[in-house]
Design a binder for this molecule. Sequence first.
Ligand code: PMP
Ligand code: GLN
Length: 368
Amino acid sequence: MTNLANEFGSVNLGQGFPDEEGPESMKQIVGKAVYDFPNQYPPALGIPELRKAIATHSKRFSGLPVDWQTETVVTVGATEALASAFMGFLNEGDEVIMLEPLYDSYAAMARRAGGKIVPVSLQPPDWNIPRDKLEAAFSPRTKAILVNSPHNPTGTAFSKPDLEAIAALCKQHDVIAICDEVYEHLTYEGTKHISLRTLPGMAERSIRIGSAGKTFSFTAWKVGWATGPAHLIAALAKAHSFLVFTVPSNLQRAVAHGLDHESSFYCGLSTSLQAKRDLLEGHLKTAGFSTLRAHGSYFITADISKLAHQDEKDVEFCYRITKEAGVTALPVSAFYVSDGAPRNLIRFCFCKNDAKLEDAAPAVKQPT
Ligand code: PMP
Ligand code: GLN
């Protein structure tokens, strides 16, 4: 859809990246570090400054103590942490439970690592977890469950009772939880991000994945991290060392500085993004969409039923509005691996300039 948006010069509210960039201090460190430090391979698991900063950040925001030397690893974005987790944890035929809709790299990478995806569909409009289906998804072959909260593409943040239900099943079936928490600082209206890893008995069987791209609005930097118990981090780190070995050191230095000294940036992001969510939501409603509430992340989902041409599905609708209205969104069905995808929902990204958010929705007119 980004290629199509570029081809037609449309406003790209499809791909999730912010228009407003992160702290200036971090940009300066990236440039200066190239001159001040050796430009040779940094340690495979990450530079100590960053690993220590990740451990401190984890303790500060989730309460979880983390040993920086055995329980952290720096990765090429959250994407590589996910890939390395699948490579490190899965054997051929192992089942991985995933709540869908799901972020697109999960299924591809888990399958590549020999895993078999067992999808459980969240139920719109509230994107609830169907407890009976979740329970039924666990089997003797289940190795892991992937839990992304706050969630892409739905913008939901899982509640404590939902997380408790997942934790109980993980413990009962001896399953690893891979927690994708890249949007941990992006929750709205007092919704509190709760990490599954903080629930009783989960610290030893789960990893948390973070992203400097999301935390600092520098998605181009592709610096991420994983924290977790030493045995899981060691398995992930083995895959990491053969996939990419290490991560550019000047970017690591800047992220270490950011985690330690720019918390006002990432703690303040949710206030500005909540205003953007509200702005876009208001315009989408006026244009005739029904919107589903986003409690976290960069994304809001909207129902196209009142605006779609007869029999027009989400994919065709997204193509049409890119070409005709100059606005790009993503079809939510693209985030499904099973056949049960809704075909009336599309995802808008709201971490964009206000002018784009104001202009985009009114351009999508009701069919005549
Ligand atoms: N997980 C989720 C849920 C995402 O939305 C994204 C991408 N935006 C990633 C992981 C990948 O993050 P990164 O750019 O740090 O690789
Ligand atoms: N995670 C972002 C999204 O969901 C973008 C990442 C990508 O384009 N691969 O839109």
